[in-house]
Design a protein around this ligand. Structure first.
Ligand code: AMP
Ligand code: MG
Length: 359
């Protein structure tokens, strides 16, 4: 689910508005270590259901670039949110309301995101599925109405799930059966990060860090010529407790975990990544998945998908793709990593062990 609804819940009293905050603030929490002598232009906004921070490390003034990047992210939210609390209408609300009737024309952006989402649905055999929306909405995890639905309700919602029943053609989206719905909450932050990064690169930015609520994208290297150092969250500890550090240049790092959004009922945790097979939160052998890739949309889709698929199926998928590396953490404290990820990773938490996959 993407939308601004949780903002009121999670940031009540903090007065973080949609205005871009320009100027020099503390560096993003995900960035470890110093940054040389350049004073970055930074911006921060609550959008897409998360706090987004951008730091441009250039000598030139990039206030206009910053404004343009945040404007694009806000535009993406206004096109693709499925939150009826935040929006009377968006393109995806229109698509969902027309389910079972006729094709709905959408912008090239929405079309592109759905096209990618369906490509990943095919590639993951439905572990990633944007049509899981009726089930996502039923659980409402991350919203005020979050609850554990009855099995009958889950069965009804599940009967409307099926990515094969979405038709994309000539700039239109057609959900071919009533009660269907699509949600790009598992992929839109990645798309938005890529779009914001493209605006920065077009403006000549060669060094920047974009933090979309823990989805990280770095442009170039740090101003001092060394790689960006990005902390990898420890899944069972509070935010910004790291199991280690990834050193990257021109890459995106996206993590999915059950701790991002959840409710607790009778001592049981129910989180926001749903298994489209069962209609319940995915229960596999991994507690966290981190994907390293060039495009954030790929990393976002794959981190959600691999969390649903679990360790072995997840690595089978990732290892078949070019330019994608992964790290998956198991409940017993093993960090499994592709050779490419292991080469970038420095383990700092002695309670974990690094297990490198065969190349
Ligand atoms: P992420 O935080 O990127 O892992 O994505 C989680 C979000 O994607 C959820 O809040 C839902 O909006 C949506 N979602 C949940 N389960 C799935 C799934 N199996 N496939 C695609 N999207 C999902
Ligand atoms: Mg995702």
């Amino acid at each position: 689910m993407i939308g601004r609804r949780e903002r009121a819940v999670r940031l009540r009293g903090q007065r973080i508005g949609r205005l871009v905050v320009l100027g020099v603030t503390g560096l993003t929490l995900a960035l470890l270590g110093g940054c040389g002598t350049v004073t970055p232009t930074t911006g921060q906004q609550y959008v897409l259901g998360t706090i987004i921070r951008i730091a441009i490390h250039e000598r030139a003034n990039h206030d206009a670039t910053m404004e343009a990047a945040f404007a694009r992210v806000a535009e993406i939210e206004a096109l693709m949110s499925t939150s009826e609390d935040d929006y009377d209408t968006t393109e995806l609300l229109r698509v969902n309301r027309a389910a079972g009737t006729q094709p709905v024309p959408v912008s090239p952006s929405t079309f592109a995101v759905l096209d990618e989402a369906l490509r990943y649905a095919r590639l993951t055999d439905g572990a990633f599925d944007p049509t899981v929306w009726p089930v996502v909405r039923l659980w409402g995890i991350g919203s005020d109405g979050a609850r554990v639905p009855r099995q009958e309700e889950i069965d009804v919602a599940l009967s409307a799930v099926g990515w094969e029943r979405v038709e994309l053609a000539d700039g239109t989206v057609h959900l071919t059966e009533a009660n269907m719905g699509v949600d790009v909450g598992g992929i839109a932050k990645g798309y938005a990060a890529d779009e914001a990064a493209a605006i920065l690169r077009d403006a000549g930015v060669t060094s920047a860090l974009l933090d979309f609520g823990g989805n990280i994208l770095v442009i170039g290297d740090k101003p001092d010529g060394t790689p960006w150092r990005i902390g990898v969250q420890r899944p069972d500890r509070q935010r910004n407790t790291y199991i280690g550090v990834l050193s990257v240049v021109d890459r995106t790092i996206v993590t999915s975990g059950p701790y991002e959004r959840f409710i607790e009922v009778d001592g049981v945790r129910y989180h926001h990544i749903l298994d489209p097979e069962t209609g319940y939160p995915a229960q596999r052998d991994v507690t966290q998945v981190t994907i390293i890739a060039e495009r954030s949309i790929d990393a976002d889709a794959l981190s959600t998908a691999c969390f649903v698929m679990g360790l072995e199926a997840g690595f089978d998928l990732v290892e078949a793709l070019d330019g994608v590396d992964a790290m998956m953490v198991t409940a017993d404290g093993e960090i499994h990593a592709t050779p490419g990820a292991a080469a970038l990773f420095e383990l700092t938490d002695p309670e974990f062990v690094l297990v490198e996959r065969e190349g």
